[in-house]
Write a protein that binds this ligand. Structure first.
Ligand code: AMP
Length: 220
């Protein structure tokens, strides 16, 4: 299945994407994770992207589009993929449509994780991530077995620089201005499915499973 997860930062897209990718074997393509890996490796792209990321702004389209389009058109994505955090602007969405259309395929669904600002703030400021394997935790809602330590690889968990309260406000403003218009973009193309992302992780997971069953049966 070819899926896009759309929604504000902290809505739970990454958490759900990791679970689904593990269950179905679809590649999980998180543009944020890819950019953080580039930044960590000190590549020219990573260096250019870092200042935008730390300020809570989007990196320019020309830095991200080719990278992500190249990724979704690789052989491991032939039977499906899960895009998380891309596209985030209208030009990115158009570039994705063009790339998929050129291969005579299309998105099966865009899942919109609807989540208000208060919940976003609470989720992001409590989020802790594993710098080694990308595992995501929360100080209340998703605690690791041993405090401060990743369950999967044992690395020490950290708070992402851009998960601080000051940067979250900017990320939300960026989301509302540049990414929210994609809800209408995909609704107009009849691929949008909405999910209540303020529920618990388990409830979101169950709602998502129901939606995916309908998508694969081509039910409304
Ligand atoms: P995320 O992990 O998805 O919250 O992304 C972290 C940061 O990476 C964002 O705040 C942006 O600076 C950058 N980023 C991730 N995906 C994109 C994208 N599709 N377009 C532009 N910037 C992005």
């Amino acid at each position: 299945m070819r899926l896009v997860f759309l929604g504000p930062p902290g809505a739970g897209k990454g958490t759900q994407a990791k679970t689904l990718a593990d269950q179905h074997g679809w590649p999980h393509l998180s543009s944020g994770d890819i950019l953080r890996a580039e930044a960590k490796a000190g590549s020219p792209l990573g260096k250019k992207a870092s200042s935008f990321m730390e300020a809570g702004k989007l990196v320019p389209d020309d830095l991200i589009v080719d990278l992500m389009v190249d990724r979704v058109t690789r052989p491991d994505c032939r039977n499906g993929f899960l895009l998380d955090g891309f596209p985030r602007t209208a030009p990115q969405a158009e570039a994705l449509d063009t790339a998929l259309g050129g291969r005579k395929v299309a998105l099966d669904a865009v899942i919109y994780f609807a989540c208000g600002d208060a919940a976003v703030l609470q989720r992001i400021t409590g989020r802790r991530t594993c710098p080694q394997c990308g595992g995501v935790y929360h100080v209340q809602a998703l605690r690791p077995r041993v405090e401060g330590v990743c369950d999967r690889c044992g690395a020490a968990l950290v708070q992402r620089k851009d998960d601080s309260e000051a940067v979250v406000a900017q990320r939300l403003a960026t989301y509302r201005l540049q990414t929210e218009p994609l809800i209408e973009y995909y609704r107009d193309r009849n691929v949008l499915r909405q999910i209540d992302a303020e529920q618990s992780i388990e409830a979101i997971n169950a709602e998502l499973a129901g939606i995916l069953t309908k998508v694969s049966a081509r039910e409304p």
